[in-house]
Design a protein around this ligand. Sequence first.
Ligand SMILES: Nc1ncnc2c1ncn2[C@@H]1O[C@H](COP(=O)(O)OP(=O)(O)OP(=O)(O)O)[C@@H](O)[C@H]1O
Length: 232
Amino acid sequence: MIIKTKNFRVSYGDKTILSHINIEVPAGQFLAVLGENGAGKTSFIKALTGENNQTQGLLTVNAKQIGYVPQFRDISRDYPLSITEFVGLNFNQGSRLWFTKTEKSAVEQALKRMDLTTLGNQRLGLVSGGQKQRAFVAQALVKNPDLLILDESTASLDHEHKVQLLENVRHLQREKNMTVLFITHEIKLVADFADGYLLFENGQVKQGSSDELQTLTTDLTTRHSEDEVRNV
Ligand SMILES: Nc1ncnc2c1ncn2[C@@H]1O[C@H](COP(=O)(O)OP(=O)(O)OP(=O)(O)O)[C@@H](O)[C@H]1O
């Protein structure tokens, strides 16, 4: 198991966000992470990455390297770095201004994986939303993570680019036997790609298989379209 929790809990002061969380995530799967706004997804992910210690119970993460692409990274038009420089930032060279051979080749590989080779010299601030998202993922890939966490990476993209990004990540995940946690509100979109899901709801986390995800997708889509009909 790459992630395992036992009676895991997240609370901020006296406000409990998640409790009695018992999940086991096998390595090498692509999981959709679902749940409404405020359901506790980010709180849980931050616990995985070591950025949230307001937790109790057991959480085991057996990843050697975690790649994390957080939600809402605002890159303005005057952002000075090229895509290649941005992707290389993860190496944290300190005062060293150059990349080692290995670092350089890791950056090149990551750019290639995300179809960014020809755009490497372009300034990140000036490329399209989809290209920025691919650069964020490429940056998370340079250290060869065995656990990749993408938070709403498809949110601002048009349908074609959403599918393209998911296909890219899926391909990579299979090739490298990576574990991917894909946080999204677009259940229908991710249902075709995921091996299973984690659903954050009412302070709990439910885990399910890809078949159960298909059922959940149908249920939720029906529920939503009924709501829409009612609201007309
Ligand atoms: N550091 C914190 N201190 C206090 N409350 C917090 C903190 N971080 C998050 N919360 C609260 O915990 C709840 C869960 O937030 P969280 O960001 O984990 O949800 P989420 O499922 O990721 O939501 P979204 O889909 O909107 O990103 C929210 O009510 C939020 O206000």
